[in-house]
Design a binder for this molecule. Structure first.
Ligand code: SF4
Length: 447
């Protein structure tokens, strides 16, 4: 038996990819370990979305170097590998800057991981770089992700992006849009449900651009895929993330109207409320188009709650543009949101823009926006007090007799309950904070 330690950064897609890497490496005798100290293989599955992501990875690698040396002194070997989007973006630069890294592989090549690891193990001193975008779809060569880890699971259905927003590295690191065939997705979902999963979150960098080949010879959109999944007995909840407003089509809106398993919560990034900024971001939609999409979604499902992403201080953003973002937030009302200061991503068009916004202005705008978003989140949560919400119980809480689960709106709910993990129970919400809810089993369920 050999130990593999994987440190995962970033989005759910990377979490899903890491689970698949564990499965891919099992036939080579690797078992996952919780700490890198004694691992035979250490993998950094990296993310390039945050500022200075590459520098953070280099700094983490420095810590691993000491462990690798200590292991060598004990007569052992530690293979150090860097995967994910930083690996894709930096490639040979990592091998150049960090002499003890054995293996660098991009997100599109990790199905070849066993072969790459075997090479690194056998050919002592050989250093391997694989950041090609292969002609073969990697999903055809991958085992399913570990589905039995709990009652919820991620399932990647789409990868890559053709949108080329001017601030984003994804089209360069993950490549062109690719949708997995419908049968592959349904099969993996069926196995997950068979292993006890009750909620599946469909993943994709641009998930609602999904257009998978189906057995009837057509390409199914995300709405059709959701309808297909909803027919699986035992699958009680379906979610998807992350969407682009330009790909919200009639089929997806109709799925929100017709499919009860599809949760009434959508993460729909808007980034800015100013059309001038949206155009500079190459978002391909205006603020009004976003408003109209939200109206249509809410008409289809009146209890639908929204989450979004915002960037403040994008190059050229004026005070007026920023106020337009605040207006949009005020008007729509978000249950949750992620907001960031614009930061340059090397290689993206916006990084070269001359009219960068000063740091102090970005900080001020972010503070104002986050206060508003936080207030909306708290208001949304407080409005749940007194309601009975169905909660999928996922794990034990910190206190005796407490379980933690999720509401349909993805709120974390602390429930005073006897052990009923994996069940969906009605919970009477008695308290709310900005980040979570608390409650107890509603009387009928408690009886
Ligand atoms: S749609 Fe999303 S993933 Fe694609 S380029 Fe824009 S921000 Fe990046």
């Amino acid at each position: 038996m050999k130990g593999v330690f994987i440190k995962t950064y970033g989005c759910q897609m990377n979490v899903y990819d890491s689970a698949r890497m564990v499965k891919l490496l099992a036939p080579l005798g690797f078992v996952p370990v919780m700490a890198p100290n004694d691992a035979d293989l250490v993998i950094f599955n990296t993310c390039h979305i945050r500022e200075k992501a590459a520098e953070k990875v280099y700094s983490e690698l420095g810590k691993i170097h000491r462990l690798k040396i200590a292991k060598a002194h004990r007569g052992g070997t530690m293979i150090v590998a860097v995967g994910g989007c930083v690996a894709q973006a930096e490639g040979a630069e990592i091998l150049h800057r960090v002499p003890f890294v054995d293996l660098v592989f991009g997100p599109q090549s990790y199905h070849r991981l066993p072969e790459l690891v075997v090479r690194a193990l056998r050919e002592d001193g050989v250093r391997v770089l694989d950041t090609n975008f292969p002609a073969e779809p990697k999903f055809d060569y991958l085992p399913e992700a570990s589905a039995a880890a709990g009652v919820t699971a991620f399932l990647t259905v789409q990868e890559g992006c053709d949108k080329f927003c001017s601030f984003c590295v994804v089209p360069y690191t993950r490549g062109a849009e690719y949708s997995r065939p419908v049968v592959q997705v349904l099969t993996e979902a069926r196995h997950a449900v068979g292993a006890g999963v009750r909620e599946i979150t469909l993943l994709g960098q641009n998930v609602n651009a999904y257009h998978g080949e189906s057995p009837d010879g057509r390409n199914w959109g995300l709405g059709e895929l959701i309808r297909g999944l909803a027919e699986l007995p035992g699958l009680d909840r379906i979610r998807y993330t992350t969407s682009h407003p330009g790909d919200v089509d009639d089929g997806l809106i109709a799925a929100h109207r017709d499919v009860p398993q599809l949760m009434p919560f959508v993460h729909l990034p808007v980034q800015s409320g100013a059309d001038r900024v949206l155009a500079a971001m190459n978002r391909r939609h205006t603020a009004d188009v976003y408003r109209q999409i939200v109206d249509r979604l809410r008409s289809a499902r009146s209890d639908l709650a929204l989450s979004s992403d915002f960037i403040v201080g994008f190059p050229g953003e004026s005070e007026e543009d920023f106020l337009a973002t605040l207006d949009l937030v005020d008007e729509i009302g978000f249950a949750q949101a992620f907001s960031f200061k614009y930061s340059r991503r090397p290689g993206t068009p916006a990084a070269f823009a001359r009219d960068q916004v000063p740091e102090s202005v970005k900080s001020y705008r972010l503070d104002v926006l986050q206060r508003l978003l936080k207030r909306q989140q708290r208001d949304f949560n407080e409005a749940c007090v007194g309601q009975i919400l169905p909660v999928l119980l996922e794990k034990p809480g910190r206190h005796d007799g407490q379980l933690v689960g999720r509401s349909p709106y993805l709120q974390s709910v602390h429930v005073a309950a006897p052990a009923r993990l994996g069940e969906i129970v009605p919970v009477l919400i008695s308290a709310a904070s900005t980040n979570s809810l608390a409650g107890s089993l509603a009387p009928a369920a408690a009886a």
